[in-house]
Design a protein. Structure first.
Length: 526
């Protein structure tokens, strides 16, 4: 089974499984296709994280394939040049793209089919074309408005200066050539060879700091997932520099309450969920950063005892105006793709990949067919902050793959896309499944909340309680009750993520898949 944000990408993954590929092979092939078919959310100019259930070894592995800041760029440069924060577009927020190295790390450990077989379907679609879907077409229009002035973007991501519309046939022959060369020459092409040289030359011509030393020195890291239990289920996330710990902290706080009795969609449940999010995000703002540069207390933050102590902050009658203070737009607008795959041997992959802010920095090196990410925007310029910019450091990351085991057996591989929304989305999906008894599809289709305005790892602090954004589907009486508790309510569209999931029936071995309607995606098996 494969679930992704584009039907053609899902079918490519299934074809790889039919050829005898590992779930990792299917994930790589699907991700490559999404970079072509959904460039508004991901691509090989970005980063990647994955959780892999290895059925043979009966264990869960984590991969951090995120890139680091240029070694020649530091906080002082921004201070000397009058910056108060790192800009979202252009050359300055660009960090090393880690996704391709992530592919080769995954493939080197688990792959069964040659990389060429995994990339060939995307190469064919890139040359022959495919119809652009509705959500992607809408996002593409939005991205062009932001990125039209960035070098190389219009030339490589428009049709005669305009974004493709729904149903237009899109080709990307430059990306096809890049992927074909990558299949022939391997990882070295991207980090040491012609692609690396093109990226560095382009960046330096346009005021960037990325160097060959940065690319040559890049390596992904296999990491131990961090987890907690929630009502008997073991929930697993990746440690910082991601925000996965926030999921665990929120769940630990929720577990102290009878969520089932509160009821889905009730004012009491939404209030509790929102306040738990605010409390957890204060720790996110303070501690979540590159562990190579910081001593982060993972075990304490994810512990039940810590949640018990923090729970005293919760007031069931009133919304807190601060546990600290406001959120920049940056953390609310991250665009991401998530996919999951499972094979007949029981291997499962939970993979998330992003350029950040849709199509990233907009910086599009000539002839390569992809844009470069802008993850460096999420560094702080506060010299005392754990997430302060330093050369060769990984920025705070919003993208998180999720995984759940039950009694030590694999149960659920899932993700919810969307920047700051992602931990909130993970928690709502799990509550829907575990507390409210929804099935896998219902859990994603149910209306969601998204609280914005918490303190952030970029140095901003919540001062006014933030904003509770509610999707269509909640009762008006509930909304009025939330207002009486002190919540600022907004009805907003398009900020509630995008969910994909695969679950395992432990008795029969059957797979269940889900793909929600907020994306153009598909879950399918054979």
């Amino acid at each position: 089974m494969v679930a992704s944000a584009h039907p053609l990408a899902t079918q490519i993954g299934l074809d790889i499984l039919k050829k005898g590929g590992h779930a990792v092979d299917a994930a790589i092939a699907t991700n490559a296709a999404l970079g072509l078919m959904e460039p508004t959310n991901n691509g090989i100019g970005g980063d990647l994280y994955a959780l892999v259930w290895d059925a043979g070894q009966h264990r869960l592995l984590g991969l951090n394939a995120s890139g680091r800041s240029p070694k020649l760029l530091n906080r002082q440069w921004f201070v000397d040049n009058g910056y108060r924060s790192i800009p979202p577009r252009g050359p300055l927020p660009v960090t090393v793209p880690g996704a391709v190295d992530g592919w080769f790390e995954l493939h080197g450990r688990f792959g069964r089919l040659p990389i060429k077989d995994l990339l060939e379907p995307t190469v064919a679609y890139a040359r022959q074309g495919f119809p652009v879907t509705e959500v992607v077409a809408w996002e593409w229009r939005r991205e062009l408005e932001e990125l039209a002035d960035q070098p190389g973007f219009v030339e490589q991501f428009t049709i005669d200066g305009k974004p493709p519309s729904t149903g237009d046939i899109w080709t990307n022959r430059q990306l096809a050539a890049t992927l074909e060369a990558l299949a022939e020459s391997g990882r070295a092409l991207f980090y040491e060879g012609d692609v690396a040289q093109t990226i560095v030359r382009f960046m330096q011509e346009h005021g960037g700091f990325l160097s060959m030393d940065d690319l040559v020195g890049h390596r992904s890291e296999w990491v131990k997932p961090v987890g907690t239990t929630y009502r008997g289920y073991e929930v697993w996330e990746l440690p910082p520099n991601t925000q996965g710990l926030a999921v665990l902290q929120m769940l630990n706080l929720l577990e102290l309450h009878d969520v089932t009795a509160l009821g889905f969609g009730s004012a009491e449940y939404l209030h509790l969920l929102t306040e738990c999010k605010k409390i957890a995000y204060e720790d996110r703002a303070r501690y979540y950063a590159d562990p190579e540069f910081n001593d982060i207390p993972f075990a304490v933050l994810a512990s039940k005892a810590y949640a018990q102590a923090r729970s005293d902050l919760f007031d069931p009658r009133h919304a807190a105006s601060r546990y600290a203070s406001g959120e920049p737009d940056a953390l609310r607008t991250g665009d991401t793709t998530y996919l999951t795959s499972a094979d007949s041997a029981g291997n499962m992959v939970s993979l998330i990949q992003s350029d950040y802010r849709g199509m990233g920095s907009g910086m599009t090196p000539p002839g390569l067919g992809f844009s470069l990410q802008d993850r460096g925007e999420l560094f702080s310029l506060d010299p005392d902050h754990a997430n302060c910019l330093e050369g060769g450091k990984r920025p705070f990351h919003t993208i998180i793959p999720g995984f759940v085991t039950h009694a030590g057996e694999p149960w659920l591989s899932f993700g919810v896309m969307g920047g700051d929304m992602q931990p909130q989305g993970h928690v709502q999906i799990l509550a829907n499944l575990i507390d409210f008894g929804m099935n896998l599809q219902e859990a994603g289709d149910a209306p969601r909340m998204n609280h914005t305005g918490s303190s952030t790892p970029t140095g901003n602090s919540m001062a006014d309680g933030g904003t509770l954004n509610l999707e269509t589907g909640f009762d008006q009486e509930v909304i009025e009750d939330l207002r009486k508790k002190g919540h600022s309510i907004v009805h907003a569209r398009g900020i509630y993520g995008g969910y994909q999931a695969i679950a395992r029936n432990s008795d029969s071995g059957a797979w269940y898949g889900a793909s929600e309607s907020r994306k153009d995606g598909q879950a399918a098996g054979y």
